[in-house]
Write a protein that binds this ligand. Structure first.
Ligand code: GDP
Ligand code: ZN
Length: 331
């Protein structure tokens, strides 16, 4: 097999076709949308590995690449522009290889629901912290507002107030009735947005509501060869009617876990980070150290208890991984 690869024509005359964005990755080939809107199927040529990381796919959806035509008429991706950001996950639990899910994201939407299924604040907070670690701005969307009773409306409002006070935009929507979607459309316009959320929260319904012909696109996926489909996840880019793209990663609910260093966990909780600047010790973990400014802020409700609990759960995990035994629960 390795020998055969070497037979791909090297050094033969090639014609530059131009630059474009990778909009689909099927494992064996990449679909690139050129600047003029036309689509070309490409293979890759050259070494695009990220230093220090072994990846199953060197090129990902969202990558800006240049495409050339070789003497055999096939199209090749020949260079890739440096990525602004990218999200990655381990190819499998035991694997040392990672899979790049998407690159050059402008933002990500987390779709959450109060019930059926209930999205926990722990899940929301972990997602937001991970997005921040990946340098991807996150937006919270609470779906299925059409099913809410008065208590749910109160809870929805409280969550909106909480997350907006930290700096995250929050949209309360219903994919079923269209409520709140106009405002959300404005937020998505001309942006590349990753859609995430637990299964059942309405990811597909929302995509269909935002992109009237997305249903057709989902149908088109079945045309693609399914070889290796069960071992690797492929992302797809869905153009929005008003400009911009949604990235859907079938079967992926969030970003997976990141190995946070204990000392950096608070960097990804903006309000904890802000209060933490006033702690007596620069390396304060906010778990009962003398002169901690975060604990009083939690007690006085400047920092929400649920956010603090999420912070602790990530810190606990990070500390276990780092082999630290100093951690203890303050309350
Ligand atoms: P996904 O797994 O996140 O893609 O979720 P789906 O889009 O498949 O939706 C899961 C279920 O929730 C389906 O039965 C949808 O009809 C329902 N659903 C999605 N959005 C809404 C909504 O805004 N309101 C209501 N009442 N049901 C919804
Ligand atoms: Zn502290």
């Amino acid at each position: 097999m390795a020998k055969k690869k070497k037979n791909i024509p090297t050094g033969v005359p090639r014609r530059e076709i131009g630059e474009g964005m990778v909009i689909r990755n099927t494992g064996s080939s990449y679909t690139v949308r050129l600047v003029d809107g036309s689509l070309v199927q490409c293979r890759i040529k050259g070494n695009f590995r990220i230093k220090g990381i072994r990846t199953t796919n060197p090129v990902a959806v969202g990558d800006i690449v240049s495409v050339s035509e070789a003497a055999d008429d096939a199209c090749y991706i020949t260079t890739i522009r440096p990525r602004r950001n990218y999200i990655i996950r381990r190819a499998s639990n035991l694997s040392k290889e990672s899979h790049i899910l998407a690159a050059n994201l402008d933002q990500t939407l987390l779709i959450a629901t109060l019930r059926d299924p209930a999205t926990t604040t722990t899940f929301i907070d972990r997602f937001l912290a991970t997005a921040s670690a990946y340098d991807v701005p996150a937006i919270l969307v609470i779906n299925k507002s059409d099913t809410w009773d008065d208590d749910d409306r109160e809870l929805g409002k409280a969550l909106k107030t909480l997350y907006e006070s930290i700096g995250y935009p929050v949209y309360i929507v219903s994919a079923a009735t269209g409520q709140g979607l106009e405002a959300l459309r404005g937020r998505l316009k001309d942006k590349v947005t990753l859609i995430a959320g637990n299964s059942g929260v309405g990811k597909s319904s929302l995509i269909n509501a935002l992109v009237p012909d997305a249903g057709l696109r989902v149908g088109r996926i079945s045309d693609i060869h399914h070889t290796g489909m069960h071992t690797t996840t492929f992302s797809e880019m869905i153009p929005l009617p008003g400009g911009g793209e949604l990235i859907d990663i079938p079967g992926v609910k969030g970003f997976g876990t990141i190995d946070f260093a204990p000392a950096e966990v608070s960097h990804y909780f903006p309000e904890i980070f802000r209060f933490g600047k006033q702690c007596r010790y620069g390396d304060c973990r906010h778990t009962g150290e003398p002169g901690c400014a975060v604990l009083p802020a939690v007690r006085e409700h400047y920092i929400s208890q649920s956010r603090y609990d999420s912070y602790l759960s990530i810190l606990e995990e990070a500390s276990e991984e780092a082999g630290a035994d100093k951690y203890r629960k303050p309350f």
